[in-house]
Write a protein that binds this ligand. Structure first.
Ligand SMILES: [Zn+2]
Length: 432
């Protein structure tokens, strides 16, 4: 069998076994899938020499609002309430499809350059964004969250509902682009709306994406409203009976964690956003002890300012250690697992991506370890988690196709993308 591509001489972190690193190893790719992993060099149409480089699975950003890239650096250092109601919501009311697309493309450019291959995204205009994801060649689980506030709410007329139906019809739950369904949060819709979103999840086998217990206020107010925590309320109405991806989980209690774990749910930990908005620190160690599938997300760039998942990987390890006063609380391998294997599981892609193993899609990245800040190397896993930055990624490949080769983004015209953001979207954000 002639391979399409062979990456040879690599230090491979396959994420198939705790701590495993394969030195001087080749990864062979055929028809977008990993067809060979081992010490030999089978024949291939194209050969990439990875000497001095680490090859690992591409990263998975399990909670993003990618198009918010148009608001990078626009609203910093506000309280969460005034950030959201005075800054973000008024801008979002003005953003049109073209502006949103420009932000989504800029965000994808950043994710590809910093090693992310797949993302779970909650935002507007997702049918248009889906086309851009397909053209650019990434993977994404897309949803537009239902927010049902006020007496005049009409489910069938809601833009999020119309877009969700369109996504479910066109994409379903297989392939590179997938349709998720979403409840924005416990406090932005009543249980009868949750049930309607859940009906989609049942009918289409879709994942339900929800913001959960991000702030203490949200968590405590739910108890007044429902007599239950947000997680327990979602559980009571059956929302956890299908796969659920919760974002944040900062204020989860032990019983919430038990409920999420026993239903096979996932929590996307977003440490940078939670710290920047002063929301608190999620207890990842405790969630993992309860058996919750914890993955990583950046949240939107308006509350993070970066889509570089390497920041979340390192920070999640440091926060867990600091919180537990125990440096063994979250070892490097566990942090890396959250950004790869666990993210894939949260996206319903556990047997498709997040690992380097025969039969998996060739979704992988290469890290240039020749730079001074990455030397010497005793353990490539520690190097990647504690020393590397997204800017050290010198190749990003999705389904065997190179999207970033260390010099150029091969499927995005970055000049054009920046012009769109700066000349079209920025004036809208500023309200000009
Ligand atoms: Zn969010």
């Amino acid at each position: 069998m002639m391979l399409d591509t062979l990456i040879k001489n690599a230090s491979v972190i396959p994420m198939t076994e705790r701590g495993l690193v394969l030195y001087g190893t080749s990864v062979g790719i055929k028809d977008g899938k990993i067809a060979y992993l081992g010490p030999d060099c089978p024949e291939a149409a194209e050969v990439i020499d990875a000497k001095g480089r680490v090859v690992m699975p591409g990263l998975i950003n399990a909670h993003a609002h990618t198009a918010m890239c148009v608001m990078r650096g626009y609203a910093d250092d506000y309280t969460l309430q005034s950030w959201l109601f005075d800054k973000v919501f008024p801008v979002e009311a003005r953003l049109d499809e073209r502006a949103i697309l420009s932000g989504a493309v800029l965000g994808m450019a950043e994710m590809i350059r910093t090693g992310t291959v797949s993302f779970s995204d909650m935002y507007f205009c997702q049918p248009a964004v889906a086309k851009a994801v397909e053209r650019i060649g990434m993977k994404a689980n897309l949803c537009n969250a239902v927010i049902a506030l006020g007496d005049g709410y009409d489910f069938d007329a809601d833009r999020a509902v119309i877009e969700t139906r369109k996504l479910l019809e066109e994409y379903g739950n297989t392939g590179a682009v997938r349709a998720d369904v979403a409840i924005h949060a416990e406090y932005t819709s009543p249980p009868e709306i949750w049930r309607r979103v859940h009906e989609w999840a049942v009918k289409h086998g879709a994942i339900t994406h929800i913001h959960l217990s991000e702030t203490a206020k949200e968590h405590e107010e739910a108890k007044e409203r429902h007599g239950l925590s947000p997680a327990a309320a979602f559980c009571k109405y059956g929302i956890m009976d299908t796969p659920v991806l919760f974002a944040h989980g900062v204020w989860l209690e032990d019983e919430d964690m038990r409920l999420i774990a026993s239903h096979g749910g996932s929590v996307a930990h977003c440490p940078v956003s939670n710290l920047k908005l002063g929301s608190g620190m999620a207890d990842v160690r405790r969630m993992k002890d309860h058996g919750v599938n914890v993955c990583l997300g950046t949240d939107g760039v308006c509350s993070n300012n970066s889509l570089d998942l390497f920041e979340e990987i390192k920070l999640s390890a440091l926060l867990a250690k600091g919180e537990a006063l125990d440096p063994t609380a979250l070892p490097a391998y566990d942090a890396l697992e959250m950004a790869t294997v666990n993210g894939a599981k949260a996206q319903g892609r556990a047997n498709e991506t997040g690992r380097i193993a025969p039969g998996f899609d060739a979704d992988l990245i290469m890290i240039d370890t020749l730079a001074p800040h990455l030397r010497p190397i005793y353990d490539p896993i520690a190097t990647v988690v504690y020393s590397a930055h997204g800017s050290d990624v010198c190749m990003t490949m999705v389904r065997g196709r190179v999207l970033w080769d260390g010099n150029d983004l091969l499927t995005i015209d970055i000049e054009d993308a920046l012009r769109e953001v700066e000349s079209y979207a920025m004036p809208i954000v500023r309200g000009e």
